[in-house]
Design a protein around this ligand. Structure first.
Ligand code: AMP
Ligand code: MG
Length: 471
């Protein structure tokens, strides 16, 4: 057996209205770009990289034994406007496995052909977004961020047409589930309350088995999302498309379409070419996640016998969220300064460093890393101000602060210009930059002198000002 995936499918047993059974569309010449062996092992998946059948299965050409492919239905607010029907338009859930850690995970192909939810789309993905998601989601995992993972990437041997013909590819994505705020919204907005109840029961059983009420589920999801967004902020990560269909109940980061890490620090940074109003700018993310959780709350209300009471209780949970985010933010950023036990007034110390970075157009990642390395002064233009600030910081740190800083301030992030260079090379058939980037980003907190070049911010000529959804 080339690829043995120990499928144990539960979503496929949910009512018909939750999905449509659909098979991936075969492609002409599948070839493997990457197979994530450590992840495969964690999932109990066995396969040999050099077997041509592996690529055929991961491209959707050959059905994996035990899979029951389907496209999931969901809805979602996209840039604030409600789309009553979205769904997997270019993805197939092959099934689920229970991994070695006991947690159930989805195995999904993305870019695997049209489904009943494709609307005008071709059901395909081009190489660029597939490799971006592979590299960035795996980097996020190595940075300790809850995220979907990348199990494999294959070329299809076919072209897809975007602005121009581009090489097609399929990503194999692994997730604790693909249940989104938009999955609750689709049943709630249609008045399908039995299905809504079924989805609630399924979600609780799968992700929050100790939860006893919709209010408690909401509270738990809010807590995970608050922690997640605070962690994104602490890494300079900009998701770029925080629509409610890209917001999971599990609390994992999902959808790496137009995402990017900031180079020089500026709170209003936006990369996504379609985010013209800056709705999903770096500094807007804490507000957006609260808004998204309010949409989840609204979708959950019909589950409650006393709806007025539910609205009051849910509103309270949503109103508590900014404080949750603030406190998670304080913990994350204080650690970046080497402060193990933050106090409320450390927020000002953090803000002052961010302000120094902002005024001096300092690099976010390197600026924080330099604090641990003792070279931050060289990174900043206003050195007198830095010296004053550094004296204040030192009063708040104790023994072990350097080690703390090294463990939370990465040396390596997937910089946007490196991603673009990696994609350009892969389009020309050279996958070495992809493999090099992946290998270095697997150890983002380690000094890797031989990869120093990947720490460098972009030269003016290398700056990538915009990212594209790449649909
Ligand atoms: P996304 O921007 O990736 O979150 O996708 C938003 C919606 O558009 C989802 O329902 C996708 O399945 C769908 N979609 C995106 N790209 C395509 C495509 N190339 N073909 C069909 N559907 C797509
Ligand atoms: Mg999406």
């Amino acid at each position: 057996m080339t690829l043995h995936i120990p499928f144990d499918n539960s979503y496929a047993r949910l009512p018909d209205g939750f999905f449509t059974r659909a098979r991936p569309t075969p492609v002409s010449a599948p070839s493997l770009i990457a197979f994530n062996r450590p992840l495969a092992e964690d999932l109990g998946i066995e396969g040999a990289d050099d077997d041509p059948l592996l690529a055929a299965i991961l491209a959707g050409n050959v059905g994996a034994e035990g899979s029951d492919p389907l496209a999931q239905l969901y809805a979602g607010h996209q840039f604030g406007g409600f789309s009553p029907q979205l769904g997997d338009g270019r993805a197939h859930l092959l099934g689920e496995v229970v991994a070695r850690d006991g947690i159930r995970r989805d195995i999904q192909l993305k870019g695997s052909g049209p489904t009943p939810y494709s609307r005008r789309g071709d059901g395909r993905a081009w190489l660029g977004p597939v490799l971006r998601e592979y590299v960035v989601s795996e980097a996020m995992h190595a940075l300790g961020v809850p995220t979907t993972r990348a199990l494999a990437a294959v070329r299809t041997g076919e072209e897809v047409y975007r602005e121009r013909p581009l090489p097609g590819a399929v990503l194999t994505r692994v997730a604790q589930s693909h249940i989104r705020v938009g999955t609750f919204q689709v049943f709630s907005s249609r008045g399908l309350y039995d299905d809504l109840g079924t989805l609630y029961d399924y979600t609780v059983a799968r992700h929050y088995p100790d939860v006893a009420s919709p209010a408690e589920l909401l509270e738990r999801v809010c807590a995970r999302q608050a922690a997640l967004v605070a962690q994104w902020m602490s890494l300079g990560f900009i998701h770029g498309v925080m629509n409610t269909d890209n917001c999971t109940l599990s609390g994992e980061t999902i959808d790496y379409g137009p995402c990017a890490f900031m180079d020089s620090y500026a709170p209003d940074t936006v990369y996504s070419s379609i985010d013209r109003g800056g709705r999903y700018a770096y500094a807007a993310q804490p507000d957006v996640i609260v808004w998204n959780m309010a949409q989840l709350a609204t979708a959950l209300v019909p589950l409650m016998p006393d709806q007025d009471g539910a609205v009051r209780a849910f509103t309270e949970i949503i109103h508590a969220m900014p404080d949750l985010i603030r406190s998670a933010w304080l913990n994350r950023f204080a650690a970046k300064l080497g402060i193990a036990e933050p106090e409320a007034q450390d927020a000002a110390l953090i803000a002052d460093f961010l302000d120094l970075l902002h005024r001096g157009q300092g690099d976010f990642t390197n600026g924080f890393r330099a604090l641990a390395e003792g070279s931050a002064r060289d990174q900043l233009t206003d050195r007198t101000a830095f010296d004053d600030w550094e004296a204040r910081r030192r009063e708040r740190t104790g023994p072990g602060s350097e080690a703390l800083m090294q463990s939370v301030n990465p040396a390596f992030i997937p910089r946007n210009h490196r991603i673009e260079q990696m994609i350009s090379a892969a389009v020309e058939g050279d996958d070495r930059p992809f493999h090099h980037l992946s290998a270095v980003l697997a150890r983002p907190f380690d000094d890797q002198p031989e990869a120093e070049e990947l720490r460098r911010p972009p030269l003016p000529s290398e700056v990538v000002p915009a990212t594209f959804c790449g649909t």
